[in-house]
Write a protein that binds this ligand. Structure first.
Ligand SMILES: [Zn+2]
Length: 359
């Protein structure tokens, strides 16, 4: 039975992964091998008949699978968006614990820096839900404190990446409550547009939650409310990350969204993210009915590759590349995901050849 459960969990993960990375929905069928006879020691519920042991075991397995799929759906990073039945509000909910944990692991960030990055990635995903396909949102925070730059990028298809730049000798503790002075900037990179659409506000609260809300209300001029949560264990590792964006649709009175936003402030989002699926949370926020408009799996994913680095290096001059090789500067590190690439002599030869004979 354990083997069947493990197979089912793997298939569920695989099917979700296929769904996430492809616009084509795929159905995966699993053929379960014939069931073994009921062992004498099998713990039998007295309320169930053992006349048909095969049925009993199947029933037990399906119950177990249902429970594990439910748990899987609660844990899995996901974005869900909904429109209220009356068309007055849009709610977007992000659960991104695993991808934020991946970012912390890849960049080895201290807790405060990671908190800012998790919030920036949450903001990116919340906004990316309103785009299409591989269109993407860039969240760029520039500040003059020990943390100088926070970059997060989120695609509508669910890929998210990001990093933090800190002063080499800065005291990270100083930015416990504030990044200092700076700006919160959003770039939207959309199909058919030569340049990104850019909006920006000054950092006021410096917590990135209020700043994001400020951006939505003043730069995009959409009445909005934002909540974000992060939870940590005693060693400073991230345990939970997520966020919620509530927006008024055109024609909705300001008082109506203010009232709903006020009631959401007392909402136990932290607890719900650990015990409910995104759909269940949205149903609680919009009890009078909703239409689900987006349901996307989220992953930390960077599209960098050695080939892309080489293409970039081929835009430099031949002298610069020869200098790099002579000084043995072979290591390239992707700032978004900390992946290292080492250039071989063959790579240098190909880059030089490309510079001399561009196709
Ligand atoms: Zn990368």
């Amino acid at each position: 039975m354990l083997q069947h459960l493990q197979t089912a969990a793997r298939v569920a993960e695989m099917a979700d992964a296929l769904d996430s990375k492809s616009s084509n929905r795929k159905i995966v069928w699993v053929q379960v091998p014939p069931l073994a006879p009921l062992p004498k020691t099998f713990p039998v519920n007295p309320g169930l008949s053992t006349d048909n042991p095969g049925f009993f075991i199947r029933h037990a397995i399906s119950l177990e699978i249902c429970m594990s799929v439910q748990e899987y759906q609660i844990r899995r990073d996901r974005l869900a968006a909904a429109l209220s039945q009356d068309g007055k509000f849009r709610v977007v909910l992000v659960k991104n614990t695993t991808l934020a944990q991946t970012a912390q692991q890849k960049h080895q960030l201290p807790q405060i820096a990671m908190q800012y990055l998790a919030r920036a990635m949450t903001a990116g995903s919340l906004l990316a839900s309103l785009l299409k396909g591989e269109e993407r949102i860039g969240v760029i925070v520039s500040a003059n404190g020990p943390i100088q730059r926070i970059i997060a990028e989120a695609m509508q298809v669910g890929e998210v990446r990001g990093y933090v730049r800190m002063q080499a000798d800065g005291n990270i503790q100083e930015c416990q409550n504030s990044l200092g002075q700076g700006t919160f900037r959003i770039e939207k990179i959309c199909y058919g547009q030569l340049h990104p659409t850019v909006g920006m506000v000054d950092l006021k609260q410096g917590d990135l939650i209020q700043d994001f809300e400020d951006y939505l209300n003043h730069s995009e001029q959409i009445p909005s409310a934002v909540q974000m949560v992060t939870q940590w264990d005693s060693s400073g590792s991230l345990k939970l990350s997520g966020g919620l964006m509530l927006q008024a649709m055109p024609g909705t009175k300001l008082e109506e969204i203010q009232q709903l936003a006020q009631s959401l402030k007392a909402y136990p989002l932290e607890e719900l993210l650990q015990t409910c699926t995104n759909d269940q949370i949205l149903q609680q926020i919009l009890p009078s009915g909703l239409t689900l408009t987006n349901n996307t799996l989220l992953d930390f994913h960077c599209r960098c590759s050695l080939q892309r680095f080489k293409q970039f290096l081929a835009t430099l001059s031949l002298e610069e590349i020869q200098d790099m090789q002579q000084q043995n500067h072979r290591e390239m590190v992707c700032q978004y995901c900390s992946q290292e690439y080492i250039l071989t002599d063959q790579d240098f030869a190909e880059i030089q050849q490309h510079i001399q004979n561009p196709k």
